[in-house]
Design a protein around this ligand. Structure first.
Ligand code: VGL
Ligand code: ZN
Length: 238
């Protein structure tokens, strides 16, 4: 039997280099500047273990976000903030179950378990987030008949949350996006950021996805097409 050392020696340097993940040897290269802001999307109890719409491994984003947030003077957090009986809840539609699609006046809507109801513990931001300098918490999804995955524009495609105007007024142009869930609120926020003329970077290892019916792969494809940059937290000089 070969032992570990012999195997490693036998592999040679070239083979070894290709086996080491890029994140371990590439130097961080993206500098955070005065025009940069971190958007921390929906890191709320409902999306964390034990929550009503728990995202698999969602809690793993918290230490990554806390670490990169130290490098940002400008941080905006979002909070999914639904009315009771919200139109996105399966429970609001007779005979419908979570993760089914329905047609609403503004388009197709996936139905969810009840989650992030205003003022409930599930809607609270995770107590494990440690970003005291965060300057704005933007709530969304508070119109009973319209969902809002995006931090910029509600699902009707026209009602604004005011975030783009805020960022422009503060001359924040490069947005780094992290949180939950990659394929819904993170992706829709990144796509709307591009539509509104911002640079958008999604920090992949600071996000986790729901992946319902292929939604994660589709979200990355849509983001790539829109010019959203896919980066890792180790790419950031923090
Ligand atoms: C989200 C589904 C429903 C999210 C919010 O934060 O990604 N997903 N509401
Ligand atoms: Zn929601």
């Amino acid at each position: 039997m070969l032992d570990r050392r012999q195997i490693l020696a036998g592999l040679g340097t070239v083979a070894l280099t290709t086996m080491i993940p890029k994140s371990l040897w590439a130097a961080a290269s993206i500098k955070i500047d005065d025009a940069s802001a971190l958007l921390v999307i929906d890191v709320q109890n409902c999306f964390l273990p034990g929550g009503s719409l728990a995202v698999k491994d969602g809690e793993q984003v918290v230490p990554v976000i806390n670490r990169i947030a130290k490098g940002f003077a400008n941080v905006v957090m979002t909070q999914d903030w639904h009315t009771a009986g919200h139109v996105s809840f399966a429970s609001a539609h007779d005979g419908k179950k979570p993760f089914e699609m329905i047609d609403l006046p503004y388009g197709k809507q996936m139905l969810w378990p009840d989650h992030c109801v205003q003022g409930t513990d599930g809607a609270s931001l995770s107590k494990d987030l440690s970003i005291p300098q965060a300057e704005l918490v933007i709530r969304k999804g508070y119109h009973k008949d319209v969902d809002s995955y995006s931090a910029f524009t509600e699902a009707d495609g026209k009602t604004t949350t005011g975030l783009a105007a805020y960022l422009k007024a503060r001359k924040l142009e490069r947005l780094f996006i992290a949180g939950l869930a990659t394929d819904f609120c993170v992706a829709w926020t990144a796509l709307d950021a591009r539509k509104a003329g911002f640079e958008a970077y999604v920090v992949e290892d600071a996000c986790r996805g729901i992946d319902a019916q292929g939604s994660l792969a589709k979200a990355w494809a849509d983001m790539e097409k829109a010019g959203v940059k896919r980066i890792q937290s180790s790419d950031l000089v923090v």
